[in-house]
Design a protein around this ligand. Structure first.
Ligand code: FMN
Length: 179
């Protein structure tokens, strides 16, 4: 599969089959995460793989966005470990006073994992529509570890299909500026 075919074949899955994710597929997804670039190569990502009934139940009590995925990866970052440009002034005075690249790093890692999962026939859902405090309350993450996004992973249920948003992409003329 070439890259654009892979990118096109990914869609957000919100209904999963009970079939578990094979260990070798999970290993491949995690290797894709490991290979991801991060700012100054700090690698602040910490990936919590939830597969047990107990862990998944705890997550589902904190957010409905885990749906019925048999495996969920909570992509966290050790925020203090991420690269921070001390000379950056543009973000100060906004909600990003403590700006560093932890969220970018976790996002790149998550994107690698999402596409690696797609390549091996799995469905995924990238989730950020949760309350961070609820996730922090649900799990005993070590100090300084902050959940950045969540990736639901599993085989799509036979009746699952892409939402209408999947086909809805702006033309490049609206998102690309050539100077
Ligand atoms: C940063 C980010 C956050 C998202 N958060 C959620 C979410 O909380 N819940 C959800 O159902 N989908 C979420 N999505 C999925 C998007 O809604 C979805 O990717 C978009 O509508 C395009 O549809 P497609 O993925 O099927 O192509 C998120 C996607 C991204 C990239």
């Amino acid at each position: 599969m070439d890259f654009l075919e892979l990118a096109q074949s990914r869609w957000s899955v919100r209904n999963y089959d009970a079939r578990p994710v094979e260990q070798e597929k999970l290993d491949r997804i995690l290797e894709a995460a490991r290979l991801a670039p991060t700012g100054a190569n700090r690698q602040p990502q910490r990936l919590y793989v939830l597969r047990s009934e107990e862990a998944l139940a705890r997550l589902r009590a904190a957010t409905r966005m885990a749906f019925n995925a048999p495996l969920v990866i909570v992509a966290c970052a050790k925020v203090d470990e991420a690269w921070h440009n001390e000379r950056e002034t543009v973000m100060r005075g906004t909600t990003c006073d403590t700006y560093n690249v932890a969220e970018m790093d976790a996002s790149i890692v998550c994107d690698h994992m999402q596409l690696a999962a797609t390549e091996v026939g799995l469905g995924t859902l990238w989730v950020r529509g949760y309350d961070t405090q609820s996730i922090l309350d649900a799990f005993e993450f070590p100090e300084g570890i902050v959940p950045m996004c969540i990736l639901d992973v599993g085989y799509p249920a036979p009746e699952a299909k892409p939402s209408r948003l999947h086909e809805d992409r702006k033309p490049l003329s609206q998102t690309v500026v050539e100077w």
